[in-house]
Design a protein around this ligand. Structure first.
Ligand SMILES: Cc1cc2nc3c(=O)[nH]c(=O)nc-3n(C[C@H](O)[C@H](O)[C@H](O)COP(=O)(O)O)c2cc1C
Length: 202
């Protein structure tokens, strides 16, 4: 029986938004799914697991306008250790900025990997405002598109979907700025500290 392998490529996979998106995908998917976080130590076992699946869904965030290193490193291992029969690859990507189009380059990176390595490309869902949307009333818009993605993946279609919060950029920046300032306050970090490159050392 056909099954979908779901790989979470977020560097913070166990606590990630990607994990929440994958959970919703699984809720609406009628086919059997198996979910795995990509970690530093499980690349080879994921590569050998992959032969059981006809479809692969990569769920990951946009990091610095590209794919996060967690996923990049895994793809390098997969390139050297491909499964005997290659599954079709679909993508569910989310980014922090409002515009879902911010994800385009990262999706192209996965497409290029697929083209170079002989994996059929399936469907893609690009989520903008992905850090926030699930905790707002606009959640329903994201769920609708994840449902559509799951249908597309199951039917073996080649469809592209996108979703974001229906806000103006100005409103989004205002709302997200006050969210991050409050978040900083909760953790005793000021707005000024957040604006420095030293924040990682705190
Ligand atoms: C190091 C880092 C780099 C990021 N780079 C971008 C970016 O270039 N564009 C963007 O829209 N969001 C960016 N984000 C925001 C993430 O894509 C966003 O928070 C996402 O919801 C994280 O998903 P995850 O919880 O599944 O990792 C970045 C976040 C981090 C931590």
């Amino acid at each position: 029986m056909e099954q979908i392998m779901i790989l979470n490529g977020s560097p913070r996979a166990p606590k990630s938004n990607s994990k929440r998106y994958a959970k919703i995908f699984r809720q609406y998917c009628k086919m059997d799914t198996a979910y795995f976080d990509i970690s530093k130590s499980n690349h080879l076992s994921l590569c050998s697991e992959m032969e059981r699946f006809s479809k692969l869904l990569l769920v990951f965030p946009l990091y610095a306008d590209g794919i996060p290193v967690t996923l990049l490193d895994f793809l390098k291992t997969l390139e050297q250790n491909p499964p005997p029969k290659k599954p079709s690859v679909s993508v569910l990507i989310n980014c922090g900025f409002l515009e879902s189009g911010q994800n385009d380059v990262a999706v192209d990176m996965v497409r290029l990997f697929c083209r170079k390595n002989g994996y059929p490309f399936g469907c893609v869902l690009k989520i903008g405002s992905g850090e926030a949307i699930l905790d707002t009333p606009f959640r329903i818009l994201a769920i609708r598109k994840i449902k559509a993605l799951s249908k597309g993946v199951q039917k073996g279609e080649h469809k592209a979907f996108k979703v974001s919060m229906p806000l103006s950029r100005k409103m989004f920046i205002k709302a997200s700025t006050s969210y991050w300032i409050r978040y900083g306050q909760k953790n005793n970090v000021t707005r000024e500290q957040m604006a420095t490159l030293n924040i990682e050392d705190q």
